[in-house]
Design a protein around this ligand. Structure first.
Ligand code: ACO
Length: 323
C-alpha cells in the first residue's frame, strides 16, 4: 500500500517575555521606525533565564499532541529542527522524547537553520512514506537570543525565540480527499557558508559563538532561491500559483515575504505573516505561523498550503501540503 503523511495536529509556544523595538532602541543605536520599515518586525519573545530550547519544544509538542488527540506514547518518530540545541550533544530531541513519555522509535535533531523545519518535515515524511514510522512529531524550536551579539544592531534586532510543532500520521495515498504532504524540495549551496553563520562551535573555538550575517547578500539570494524552489514545488505537482490557498513563508523579513507573494500573484490576505509579533524565530517560524492561521480558522482541511524557507548554509526548501 502506498503511504503518505497527513497532518494530524499542530501547536506552538512562545516565551512570556516580550522585547519591543522601543526597548531595543533604549540600549542600541536603532529605532522602531528603522526596524519596522526594513523588516516588518515590531517585537520578539525572549526565553527566560534557564528556559531552554527543549522547554519551548516540549510545550509546543504537548499542544500539538493534544490538538491531534494523541499522547507522546503514540509517537514512533520525533524530529526536532534547531540550530540552538540545549547541548552540543545529545540531540535536543532525545530530551523532548523523554519528557513526552515517548518510549519507542527514534528521536534526533535536524540542522538547516531557518530552513530546518522544511528539512525536518521532509525527513519525517520520507520515513512515514517508507513505513519506517506510523506517527511522527516534527518540532521547530529555537532560542536565538542565546547566540545573538546584543551589541550588533545589524543582527540582534531581527531574531526571537519560540517553538512550533506538527503531528503527522501515515495514511493510504488512495484515501479520499488527498489530504497529505504532496512533496518536499530541499537544496543547499555550501559556497555561501560565510554570509550567514555563527562564529563559534565545539570543533572551531569551543565557544558557542555569535550569529554573523551579510544581510544584503542573504536578502538577494533568498529572493532568487525561494522563487526557484516554489516554481519547482508547483511544477512537480502539476499545480499553478492560483491553486494555492495559503502561502506560509519563513518569517525573516516582510520585504522578502511580500516579494514572494507578488511573484506568485497572491493577494496579501493569502499570505500568513507573523513577523510583526514573532520576528525571525528560525526553524520555529513556519510552525508558529501555521498555528496562528489554523487557530483563527484561516487554514481549513482540504486547503493547499505552500511553505518555503531559506537559512544559513545556505539551505532552502519548500513543502506543499493538502491540509
Ligand atoms: N538600526 C538602525 N540602522 C541599522 C540597523 C538597525 N538595527 N542595522 C543596520 N543599520 C544600518 C547599517 O549600519 C547601514 O548604515 P550605513 O548605510 O551608514 O552603513 C544601513 O542601516 C543599511 O544597512 P543594510 O544592512 O544595508 O540594510 P538592509 O536594507 O540590507 O537591511 C536587513 C538589513 C534587514 C538585515 C536585510 O538585509 C535582511 O533582511 N536580509 C535578509 C535576512 C534573512 O533573510 N535572513 C535569512 C534567514 S536567517 C537564518 O538563517 C538564521
Amino acid at each position: 500500500m502506498t503511504l503518505r503523511s497527513q497532518v494530524a495536529g499542530c501547536g506552538a509556544y512562545l516565551p512570556e517575555r516580550i522585547v519591543t523595538n522601543h526597548e531595543l532602541a533604549g540600549r542600541l543605536d536603532t529605532s522602531d521606525e528603522w526596524i519596522r520599515q526594513r523588516t516588518g518586525i515590531g517585537e520578539r519573545r525572549v526565553a527566560a533565564p534557564g528556559e531552554l530550547t527543549s522547554d519551548l519544544a516540549v510545550r509546543a509538542a504537548e499542544r500539538a499532541l493534544s490538538n491531534a488527540g494523541m499522547k507522546g506514547s503514540d509517537l514512533d518518530l520525533l524530529v526536532v529542527a534547531t540550530a540552538t540545541p540545549d547541548n552540543t550533544f545529545p540531540a535536543t530531541a532525545t530530551k523532548v522524547q523523554a519528557r513526552l513519555g515517548m518510549r519507542r522509535g527514534a528521536a534526533f535533531d535536524v540542522q538547516a537553520v531557518c530552513a530546518g523545519f522544511i528539512f525536518a518535515l521532509s525527513v519525517a515524511d520520507n520515513a512515514l512514506r517508507l513505513g519506517q514510522a506510523r506517527t511522527a512529531l516534527v518540532v521547530g524550536a529555537e532560542t536565538f537570543s542565546r547566540i545573538l551579539d546584543w551589541a550588533d544592531r545589524g543582527t540582534c534586532v531581527l531574531f526571537g525565540d519560540g517553538a512550533g510543532a506538527l503531528v503527522l500520521r501515515a495514511v493510504p495515498a488512495a484515501a479520499p480527499g488527498g489530504r497529505f504532504i504532496l512533496s518536499n524540495h530541499l537544496h543547499s549551496d555550501g559556497r555561501q557558508y560565510d554570509i550567514l553563520y555563527v562564529d563559534g562551535g565545539p570543533s572551531s573555538t569551543r565557544c558557542t559563538g555569535f550569529l554573523r550575517m551579510e544581510g544584503r547578500e542573504v536578502f538577494r539570494l533568498a529572493i532568487q532561491h525561494l522563487s526557484s524552489v516554489v516554481d519547482e514545488a508547483l511544477a512537480a505537482n502539476d499545480l499553478t500559483a492560483s491553486d494555492i490557498d495559503w502561502l506560509v513563508p519563513h518569517q525573516a523579513n516582510s520585504r522578502i515575504i511580500d516579494g514572494m507573494g507578488r511573484k506568485l500573484g497572491l493577494s496579501k490576505d493569502k499570505v500568513v505573516v507573523t513577523i510583526e509579533r514573532h520576528a525571525n524565530t528560525s526553524a520555529a517560524s513556519i510552525p508558529l505561523a501555521i498555528q496562528a492561521a489554523v487557530e483563527d480558522g484561516r487554514i481549513q482541511p482540504g486547503h493547499l498550503v505552500l511553505m518555503e524557507a531559506l537559512g544559513g548554509g545556505l539551505s532552502w526548501g519548500a513543502s506543499l501540503v493538502r491540509w
